[in-house]
Design a protein around this ligand. Sequence first.
Ligand code: PMV
Length: 321
Amino acid sequence: MSKQLTLEKEIEDNDLRITTSAPGKVILFGEHAVVYGEPALSTAISLRVFNEVSITSRPFECENPYLREIISLYGIYVNTRTWGDLPVASGLGSSAAYSVSTIAGIEYIHTKRLDLMKIARNGFEVEYNAQGRASPNDTSVATLGGYVILSRSIHSGFMWRIEKGNIFWNIHKMKLTPLKIVIVYTGKPSKTGEMVALVKSLYEKYENVRAAIKRIGEIVLEAVDLIKSNDLDSIGKKMRENHELLRKIGVSNSELDNIVKVLSRYCYGAKITGAGGGGSVIGLLREGASKRILEAFRGSGYTLYFVETGMEGVTVEGFDS
Ligand code: PMV
């Protein structure tokens, strides 16, 4: 489908229809530390949500909590038909990709352009209201694509600031070299709320946990430089160090550690991605390792995804003919 297709196309029933897409994400470095104001580095992956968005004049009962929030935010009735290769409920940002691609469709129908800042802000509001809590990480990556840094301080690539109550996040976009990543999804949902609460209690008690959080923040910025120079060995080393620190702050377990250990045989480095306690592990792939990794995890019941990073953010795919 062409991006050039014109907007002025109404189909028979007068619904306006548009197809958009948005990427999923992985957190490469900095999960949990970001809760304490340290930076986190995430990237858009080559798994996407595609979304046919239509604005309709016919009212309907909406069961999807994200779409319900979008309908209430815009005060219009919206239908979506969604497909793609991004799995749901696996910590890869599928709800953010859905919300952002829906909002982008509505915005484009109204204004014939994509105002990324508005889409990212509205996407965050929708996630926040639908989930009861959220950081703007996933919706920022789904909107901007590439590599995204969230931090309290301002670095190069600063885009905008998002605030909620008395918390704020500075959002940065960086164009860095694409990496080849394997994601091993355990099938067990990552326990974000529980893990954040656990780290909080340890953070308040133990100096070494506070030091680990601080060190994770440093690793994020060191990793950005290493990705810039495509130093895969050193990026892998930082992943291993970041994983050790995540263990120290209590969010790993023997199952996740074992996945990291297996991946480390075939990858430059591996670590938990996201909250931990379940969810997924990522590895930075060595050339030609995919087959052996598939072999190593055969029969494990885990789902493996081989992805590229730094992919395009939300985009208009075109209109249905
Ligand atoms: O599991 P995910 O992808 O939702 O990541 C959670 C990341 C945390 O740093 C643990 C929490 C947060 O809100 O940033």
